[in-house]
Design a protein around this ligand. Structure first.
Ligand code: ZN
Length: 342
């Protein structure tokens, strides 16, 4: 009996080896994390936050150019759109913005399908719009806000795709969601969550990046830090996973100052992750804090700390890897926290 069973298993293993992805546990995850480099982030950002993109104002030509840039990068990386074919855009119609004459705009979506739990989705997001050009013609390049998050998402997508090509594709699916209209009131992410491409009940986590390229006010002596907001608000498990990943691989200084419910800045409610959190989807928001160039024409790519940006992007990648590949999705053990319930 034993022998027969062993033989059957052996035959089974040989039989499906060619088609099956390799065991994810045998992957050297740091090899893929290390494909996220300061140089590549810099290359992307010097284009993405250049004057040519005119501050990427929602619905305006600069934002369209930025959308095109993202689409072409995903195509070059051979990462498909979940919408099929060449269509990487989820249109966010003018009407979604309410008042203010904002033109039609678009979220840019790319997708890596999971190997064993494809119906469960991890969303990695950042906003790619910014505030445009002022009346005097000053261009708001938005290198940190949120060029930094956008180029980080591109590099993270590249790392996951490289792993997939090596046979180490993620078990769960990953949606790379570059949202528009954040600066107009989190509109692109709200539109996505009201018109989701994948059911929200199968959306297991959202990791959102908004400004991770600079050293924020008062953080000059904090070493390699990043602010984490929201990690424990819905799922203790997600928070613990995030802490474990950081201590295992990177040891960044994870700062929870702005995670305090009494913090007057209320950042938990102020970027795109909130639109997922209010639907009970666990989130982590990665942030460097505000600085003197925040929402000024001086938020330029020459001021970015590229080594630190690379380390923070690696943290998001490694955390995403763990969420995408562990047996169970992060368990929600806390009640929803909404602005209204405050
Ligand atoms: Zn922002």
């Amino acid at each position: 009996m034993k022998k027969v069973l062993f033989l059957a298993i052996a035959v089974g293993m040989v039989g499906c080896k060619a088609q099956q992805p390799k065991s994810i546990e045998s992957a050297d995850v740091m090899e893929y994390a290390n494909t996220i480099t300061a140089d590549e982030l810099k290359d992307h950002l010097y284009t993405f936050a250049s004057d040519e993109f005119m501050g990427r104002d929602t619905g305006e030509p600069g934002q369209k150019l930025a959308a095109e840039y993202l689409k072409e990068e995903y195509q070059e990386l051979e990462i498909p759109s979940p919408l099929g074919g060449d269509d990487y855009y989820q249109e966010v119609p003018s009407s979604a913005f309410g008042r203010g004459n904002i033109k039609d705009s678009e979220n840019v979506l790319a997708f890596i399908e999971g190997s064993t739990m494809p119906e469960e989705i991890l969303v990695l997001s950042s906003h790619y719009d910014h505030v445009g050009v002022d009346d005097e013609g000053n261009i708001y390049n938005g290198a940190d806000d949120d060029g930094s998050g956008t180029v980080a998402i591109l590099e993270i997508a590249e790392a996951f795709m490289k792993a997939k090509k090596d046979g180490y594709g993620p078990k769960r699916s990953i949606l790379f969601l570059n949202v528009t209209g954040e600066e107009k009131g989190l509109v692109g992410s709200r539109y996505y969550t009201e018109n989701p491409v994948f059911p929200l009940e199968n959306t297991v986590t959202n990791l959102n990046i908004d400004m991770i390229g600079r050293i924020g006010e008062g953080m000059e002596n904090s070493g390699d830090y990043v602010y984490l907001i929201g990690s424990d608000k819905l799922s203790t498990e997600l928070h613990n996973l995030s802490e474990e990943v950081n201590s295992k691989y990177l040891n960044l200084n994870l700062d929870y100052t702005f995670n305090d419910e009494n913090d007057p800045n209320r950042f938990y409610y102020r970027s795109d992750h909130y639109n997922f959190a209010k639907h009970d989807i666990p989130i982590i928001f990665y942030f460097n804090g505000v600085h003197e160039d925040y929402h000024r024409p001086t938020d330029t790519p020459d001021k970015i700390e590229y080594d630190l940006l690379a380390k923070r992007a690696k943290l998001v990648f490694l955390t995403a890897w763990e969420v995408a590949n562990r047996d169970e999705r992060p368990f929600v053990d806390k009640p929803t926290l909404t602005e209204e319930s405050e």
